[in-house]
Design a protein around this ligand. Structure first.
Ligand code: ARG
Length: 465
């Protein structure tokens, strides 16, 4: 005898008492997994078509199910489906809505399937789309960086080590360093996608199914590259979730490093860039303030993505084969991860084109701080002075400059010759910022010509996809 109120539960048959109301809410996932509905329906349509192909469903039954599922999708999209924790998750909602629409045939859909292989399939399909969407925002950001790098290929700025002025670089070169970081992120996402794109369908609960399923056929319908090779692994594997969280963490780490530089550069102390009013906010008490909230928030959001990676690794570490309810906890973590990555990439891609670059301020900062000291040492080496001795000589010249409040280029020839007789009048060419960057003219160097070459290579890559 079915228990009252329990009759809607598809697993209600072996139960005599209703679920505790709080347990029902505690175990339900529908509030967060309903976002899987499109992928759940796509998976079900493929499963039904496969069942018809192998003769488990008739062609008419299959058509009724497919039409019914499409109608359920339209209902969900129009907000006509009433979601309720009594039906636990998105899979049960879709199936019960289907049966409500088409009658008894709807109950045949779950043949040769379990929610275990179903949810693994849905999540793979959902994350495949999420990866593609993230990659397209990532490329939009890359394209914005490449455009700006081309415009700023000749712009001089200080390059830093230890956040101390080190050597002059071009701003275009700095932007192309960001581009490279993102290019690795894209490779990692593509690699994650490759391993993610396998079909668990047919694994059923854990051991496979007694029906003559055609797993490759269902996989092909869903655009998977193949099927998961072991049913136990298929339903319990969440490596793809962890991998995606790891790739997302590295990507956010990169965005956070960029954010940190943008925050520094928009301070009055650096004053290298203006992020634009649309991407900053003011202070309710200090009228002069224009705060770089966007990069600060991206830097801050990095923390939650790292947290999700740790949560997912911990979620998986002690699970025996095969499916465990623990797995339901993967969703909020990975959904928030993909949402955060997408939003962060999007806001950066929107912000970069409007950034105002303060070239004079950058140049002035590079001029201070003895950025061409290494160039002077290299100059002496070309005149036969061993590098260690040259280093010593330039160190003394810098100290003299600091004591007299001047840059190396502002010292007289006589003063410079006082440190080394190898110094000739042509020394002033290497002491200029332009000369310094132009001299680093090899693949990966900061010379404007190399920045333009890097931009050209990047454009070919961006256009190829
Ligand atoms: N809501 C579940 C999840 O997210 C679906 C699978 C449930 N399977 C089960 N045997 N309880 O993992």
């Amino acid at each position: 005898m079915p228990v009252e109120g329990q009759d809607k539960k598809p697993w209600g048959g072996r139960f005599t008492a209703p679920t505790d109301a709080f347990v029902e809410a505690f175990t339900a996932s529908v509030d967060f997994d309903r976002r899987l509905y499109r992928h759940d329906i796509a998976g079900s349509i493929a499963h039904a078509r496969m069942l018809a192909r192998v003769g488990v469903l008739t062609e008419a039954e299959c058509q009724a199910i497919v039409a019914g599922l499409e109608a359920v999708r339209a209902d969900i999209e129009a907000g006509r489906l009433a979601w309720s924790t009594a039906l636990e998750d998105v899979h049960m909602h879709v199936e019960s809505a289907l049966t409500a629409r088409i009658g008894a045939t709807g109950k045949k859909l779950h043949t040769a399937r379990s929610r275990n292989d179903q949810v693994a399939t849905d999540l793979r399909l959902y994350l495949r789309d999420a990866v593609d969407a993230a990659v397209s925002e990532l490329r939009r950001l890359q394209a914005a960086l490449v455009d700006l790098a081309e415009r700023e290929a000749d712009t001089l700025m200080p390059g830093f080590t230890h956040l101390q002025t080190a050597q002059p670089v071009t701003f275009g070169h700095h932007l192309m360093a960001w581009y490279e970081m993102l290019a690795r992120d894209e490779e990692r996402l593509a690699d994650t996608r490759r391993r993610l794109n396998r079909s668990p369908l047919g694994a059923a609960a854990l051991a496979g199914t007694t029906f003559p399923v055609d797993r490759p056929y269902a996989a092909a319908l869903l655009g998977f590259d193949g099927v998961c090779g072991n049913s136990l692994d298929a339903v319990s594997d969440r490596d793809f979730v962890v991998e995606l969280a790891a790739a997302a963490s590295i990507l956010m780490m990169h965005l956070s490093r960029m954010a940190e530089e943008l925050v520094l550069w928009s301070s009055a102390q650096f004053d290298f860039v203006d992020l634009g009013d649309a991407f900053c906010t003011g202070s309710s008490i200090m009228p002069q303030k224009k705060n770089p909230d966007v990069p600060e928030l991206v830097r801050g959001k990095t923390g939650r993505v790292f947290g999700h990676l740790m949560a997912l690794l911990t979620l998986m570490k002690a699970q025996p084969l095969a499916y465990n309810k623990d797995n339901q906890e993967d969703k909020e973590a990975i959904f928030d991860t993909v949402d955060t990555v997408h939003a962060s990439l999007r806001v950066f891609a929107d912000m970069v084109p409007g950034m105002r670059v303060k070239r004079d301020r950058m140049r002035e900062a590079a001029r201070r701080g003895y950025a061409t000291a290494t160039d002077l040492a290299d100059y002496l080496v070309r005149r036969g002075v061993p590098f260690r001795d040259a280093h010593e000589v330039v160190g003394k010249a810098v100290r003299h400059g600091i004591e007299t409040g001047r840059d190396l280029a502002e010292l007289t020839l006589e003063e410079l010759r006082g440190f080394s007789p190898a110094i000739e009048p042509d020394v002033f060419q290497v002491l200029t910022l332009e000369g310094s960057v132009a001299a680093r003219d090899h693949v990966g160097g900061t010379a404007p010509a190399q920045v333009r070459a890097a931009v050209a290579r990047a454009r070919i890559r961006l256009e190829a996809a």
